[in-house]
Design a protein. Structure first.
Length: 345
């Protein structure tokens, strides 16, 4: 794996991932264009159809400010973190969900231990949901050898330091987002998030993370943060192999920064093209509300022999999901910079 190793002092950071904010009207209407926004919303709805409506989350509240109001973060986090647990579940033979109703943690089981994708908000959640969830599924938390953190927000790195100190796994994040954790001034912070893990392995687009018989490809997908990453990896359903992608961050809570919106649009385009080229047919997220973990897990529990796997949406489904996601971001961008939104078409 092409990676940079470093240890050092890290700072506390945060900005909530994938929160629907319901904020006040956005930037100057003179710069935005409601008709352009509406056109992109319509394109998103067409791509999503009736089966992928969860891809339309960012089409809500067109024209919001894209920031969390001062003093509101803690209350919002309290509400979200008290949504409670969702039962751990084996989704594929080698993939297990051990998160909560708000935020996901995915455990990839390999021949030489576990690759964990994201670590929830804090040590308590890591103990209550990751450790206990793995044990309930017959797995040993001591087998966690690598932790991939999607981005530098506390709801994803918060439990990593506890796991790092307890079991000694590598902690992997993009070089860009390790740097975000070291900034002296951070946009958001909250006591519900534990301090970040010690700086460890830094990765970039196209790097790979290998453990035992499993290799995950790192996909840099900036937008939600400057260094958000996701992974592409194989999952097994009995004798059937599928290819999954975990989308690393979908919230638009970084301010009315046209460049960041364009980054997220380009990231969605990249993943859509990868789906077509590599046959990616499973879409996952690090928030259950984005990929429908709850509903799909219930269908999985009631699956009869011969039924399709509810998490397999097909290559066309992944492509349409990414198109809908991209068009919603474009619709929001058009609310304050219509020219920039159309420039990316």
């Amino acid at each position: 794996m092409a990676a940079r190793m470093a240890r050092g002092t890290t700072a506390f950071v945060g900005a909530v991932g994938a929160i629907s904010l319901g904020l006040v009207a956005g930037a100057s209407a003179a710069e935005g264009n409601a008709e352009v926004s509406a056109r992109h919303v319509a394109a998103a709805q067409e791509a999503a159809g009736d089966d992928l409506t969860l891809a339309l989350g960012n089409c809500k509240d067109i024209g919001k400010t894209f920031v969390i109001p001062e003093g509101k973060l803690h209350g919002m986090l309290e509400k979200l973190t008290t949504l409670g647990p969702r039962p751990p579940v084996t989704v594929f033979d080698n993939l297990h969900f051990v998160g909560t109703k708000w935020v996901s943690a995915w455990a990839i089981e390999t021949s030489d231990g576990i690759i964990l994708f994201d670590a929830l908000n804090n040590a308590k959640e890591a103990k209550d949901y990751i450790e206990a969830g793995l044990e309930e599924l017959g797995l040993d938390p001591a087998d966690i050898k690598k932790i991939i953190v999607a981005h530098a927000h506390g709801d994803h790195y918060g439990g990593a330091k506890y796991l790092q100190d307890t079991y000694g796994p590598e902690v992997i994040m993009s070089a860009l987002d390790w740097a975000e954790l070291e900034k002296p001034e951070l946009q958001y912070a909250d006591e519900l998030w534990d301090a970040p893990p010690e700086r460890d392995v830094a990765v970039d687009d196209g790097d790979t993370v290998t453990l035992g018989d499993t290799t995950a490809q790192i996909v840099l997908m900036p937008g939600h943060t400057v260094g958000t990453i996701g992974i592409v990896f194989d999952v097994m359903d009995g004798d059937e192999a599928h290819k999954a992608v975990i989308w690393g961050g979908n919230g638009l809570n970084f301010g009315p920064d046209a460049g960041r919106f364009l980054d997220m649009m380009h990231s969605a385009d990249k993943v859509r093209e990868m789906a077509a080229e590599e046959g990616i047919d499973v879409f996952l997220s690090n928030h259950p509300g984005t990929d429908g973990t709850d509903e799909k897990a219930e269908r999985l529990a009631n699956r009869k022999e011969g039924d399709p796997h509810p998490f397999v949406i097909g290559t066309d489904g992944v492509e349409r999901f990414m198109t809908a996601l991209r068009e919603c971001v474009a619709a929001q961008l058009a609310s304050f910079d219509a020219e920039a939104a159309d420039s990316a078409d």
